[in-house]
Design a protein around this ligand. Structure first.
Ligand code: ATP
Ligand code: MN
Length: 221
C-alpha cells in the first residue's frame, strides 16, 4: 500500500507468461478499473519506437480509457478545458462521449477542433478543390460534434477549424487555449482495421504537455 497525501494505492506484482498488455488488461477487468494511466515510454524505450510497445498495445486493445503521460506532462486538476480533436470518425465520436461525461462532472469547457490536413493536398490535382472538400467535411464533423455537446449538460463549447499537420496543430491549439486534457480516438477515418495506433493520435501522445485520454470506437462502431 502506497500512501500519498490524500491517495491510497494498492500494489500488485504479476507474474504471467501472457503478453504484458494482456496481463494488465485482465487485471483491470478483474478489479473493475475505470481507466489506465501509463507512460508513453518504458524501460526498453529505444529510439526507433515513438511510443513504447506495451503502451501502444494497451492503447489499441483496452476497452477502458487509457491516459498517457511523459516526463514533461503537467496535470492541472480539475480540468478547465478539454480538447476533443474530431475527424468525423466513429472513434472520435466515442471519444467525444467520454469527454462530455468528464466535462459534465467537473464543469469543464469542451473545445472541438478539426485540422484540415494540408499534407493531403498534392500538387498534381486541383489543390483548391481538394482543400475545399476537406474543409467542408471538417465543418460537418464539427457541426455534428457541437450539436452533441449542446444537447449535454456541458455549459461551454468552442469549435475551431485550423489547417496544418494534425498532431502539431492539435498540440499548438492546446498550448494556446489553456487546455488541461486531450480526449481523442486511437484511430480515425482511415485506420479502424489497422493494427497500429493512428498517426495523429501517436503524434499527439508523444508531443502533448497535458494528459491524453484515448478511447476506441465501440465494437458496433
Ligand atoms: P492514419 O490517419 O494515421 O492513417 P487513423 O485515421 O486511423 O490513421 P488518426 O488519424 O491518428 O488515425 O486518428 C486518431 C484520432 O485523432 C481520431 O479519432 C481523432 O480524434 C483525431 N484526428 C485525426 N485526424 C484529425 C484531424 N484532421 N483533425 C482533428 N482530429 C483528428
Ligand atoms: Mn487519420
Amino acid at each position: 500500500m502506497i500512501k500519498h497525501d490524500r491517495i491510497e494505492a494498492t500494489t500488485a506484482v504479476l507474474e504471467d507468461s501472457d503478453p504484458i498488455h494482456e496481463t494488465v488488461l485482465a487485471y483491470a477487468d478483474e478489479h473493475d478499473i475505470d481507466a489506465i494511466v501509463i507512460g508513453t515510454r518504458g524501460r526498453s524505450g529505444v529510439g526507433r519506437m515513438l511510443v513504447g510497445s506495451v503502451t501502444e498495445q494497451l492503447l489499441r486493445e483496452s476497452t477502458i480509457p487509457v491516459v498517457t503521460a511523459h516526463e514533461e506532462t503537467t496535470v492541472q486538476w480539475p480540468f478547465e478545458g478539454i480538447l476533443v480533436p474530431v475527424d468525423g470518425s466513429a472513434t472520435a465520436h466515442a471519444a467525444l462521449s467520454e469527454a462530455i461525461e468528464l466535462a459534465e462532472r467537473i464543469d469543464a469547457a469542451v473545445h472541438l477542433l478539426h485540422v484540415v490536413d494540408t499534407g493531403l493536398v498534392t500538387g498534381d490535382v486541383d489543390g483548391g478543390m481538394v482543400l475545399e472538400a476537406l474543409e467542408e467535411a471538417g465543418e460537418q464533423a464539427l457541426d455534428i460534434a457541437s450539436d452533441r455537446v449542446e444537447q449535454s449538460a456541458v455549459t461551454t463549447v468552442e469549435s475551431s477549424i485550423v489547417s496544418g499537420p494534425p498532431s502539431h496543430a492539435i498540440c499548438a491549439y492546446a498550448d494556446e487555449h489553456g487546455i488541461d486534457a486531450i480526449v481523442m480516438g486511437t484511430h480515425g477515418r482511415t485506420g479502424i482495421e489497422r493494427v497500429l495506433l493512428g498517426s495523429v493520435s501517436e503524434g499527439v501522445i508523444r508531443r502533448s504537455e497535458v494528459p491524453v485520454f484515448t478511447t476506441k470506437a465501440e465494437p458496433d462502431g
